[in-house]
Design a protein around this ligand. Structure first.
Ligand code: PLP
Length: 400
């Protein structure tokens, strides 16, 4: 039977101490020990069921980690206070001065800024390439490359890398393949295709209610232990711990993820198809004319579809701006950054979430001011939403 990530979650049975159907929430930063010897042992290495200090590890975070590791088919997971904390901690754990990173250039603007502006301060060289072209990656890696970094569906251009091929290229030089799967939870399980470490901003689809910021590193047990190590672990020492109350609420939201992703994908495919038929330039990996449609289809857990993100090319910034204002007024959704919310969110990435990327690079990669990125919501009546969008598009002169 095909891998079914949602069933993995369904099979995870955890209870509170009185048989509560939701596990008890850790409301402590520290834990008592019956003897100093055991405390010393826990400092040395993990003992199943023993906790020491909540920045390192706590029961609520463990429940969420277990669930996320199952979804991503990894041995372990480590939750963090944000998606950026998951990304930066993983990369800093793997790289030292003199090492190199090869990264896609169409990636979330914050990640781009970290790699372009912050990491080089520590002597790590970063090369940006078009990750949808594996030959470019093969040319860019060297013996010094420790990390090959990409997004399953890239933010904001929705390009799709060939994960199995990138794994081959990374392995050849002993590098780790890190994949940010924020845009494609459940739809693609990158570990199944060779990714070593899978990262998420839980802030987005996985939590789904835009009420918190959180992240996760899904990996081997060995890497998870390394990143949390008391002497040398990036999450332990930099300290981006996820609050346990938040962990507990994300875990509850996780149980409806399969339903939400199906609906996000169904609605996004419907809108992308209607827009495409109307003659607009649309980026959506589920459309047969998307340049990597076959590639993503070959990696897809088809039950969950191609995800909830699409990009409309409105031609120029002024039209994009008028379209977004019109859509907000027509109650299509909110003019807001972020994604994965139950209502539709839209923004122009060139001037917001990707503004960290220099204009010349934006042009080179094909990101323009006329692009509107849309995170399609869970609308029950998507036909009505399309009618509203169509009328906004007529209002701003995008359609006749
Ligand atoms: N990865 C992707 C693809 C994102 O879109 C974002 C944020 O927009 C992040 C990572 C960073 O996540 P967070 O805001 O939770 O730190």
């Amino acid at each position: 039977m095909a891998f079914c990530p949602a069933s993995e979650i369904q099979d995870l049975w955890v209870f509170g101490e009185y048989g509560d159907v939701n596990p008890s929430v850790t409301d402590s930063s520290t834990y008592t020990f019956m003897s100093p010897d055991t405390m010393e042992e826990v400092f040395d290495h993990e003992i199943e069921g023993c906790f020491l200090y909540s920045r390192a590890w706590n029961p609520s975070n463990k429940y969420l980690c277990d669930a996320l590791a199952r979804i991503e088919q990894t041995e372990a997971a480590h939750v963090t206070a944000s998606g950026m904390a998951a990304i930066t901690s993983s990369i800093m754990q793997l790289c030292s001065a003199g090492d190199e990173v090869v990264s896609g250039w169409t990636i979330y603007g914050g990640t781009y800024a970290f790699l372009a502006n912050f990491l080089p301060r520590f002597g790590v060289k970063v090369r940006f390439v078009d990750m949808s072209n594996a030959d470019m990656v093969a040319d860019a890696v060297t013996e010094k490359t420790k990390v090959v970094y990409c997004e399953t569906i890239s933010n904001p251009l929705l390009q799709v890398p060939d994960i199995p091929r990138l794994k081959e290229i990374a392995s050849r030089v002993g590098a780790q393949l890190l994949v940010d799967n924020t845009f494609a939870p459940l739809s693609v399980a990158p570990a199944q295709h060779g990714a070593d470490i899978i990262l998420h901003s839980l802030t987005k689809f996985i939590n789904g209610t835009s009420d918190c910021v959180a992240g996760v590193i899904c990996s081997s047990k060995e890497f998870s232990d390394e990143v949390g190590n008391v002497n040398s672990g990036a999450t332990m020492l930099l300290g981006p711990v996820l609050d346990s109350l938040r962990s507990a609420s994300i875990l509850k939201n996780l149980h409806t993820l399969h339903l939400r992703i199906r609906q996000h994908s169904k609605n996004a495919l419907y809108l992308a198809t209607r827009m495409h038929e109307a003659g607009l330039t649309i980026h959506y990996p589920g459309l047969p004319d998307h340049p990597q449609h076959q590639r993503i289809t070959s990696m897809l857990n088809t039950d969950y579809g191609y995800g909830g993100m699409l990009v409309i090319n409105a031609g120029d910034q002024a039209t994009a701006d008028r379209l977004m204002v019109a859509m907000q007024e027509a109650k299509v959704g909110y003019l807001a950054v972020s994604l994965g919310y139950f209502k539709t969110l839209f923004s122009a990435p060139a001037h917001s979430t990707s503004s960290e990327i220099p204009e010349a690079t934006q042009q080179e990669m094909g990101l323009t001011g006329g692009m509107v990125r849309m995170s399609v919501g869970l609308d029950q009546d998507i036909e009505r939403t399309w009618e509203r969008i169509e009328s906004c598009m007529k209002q701003v002169g995008l359609l006749n």
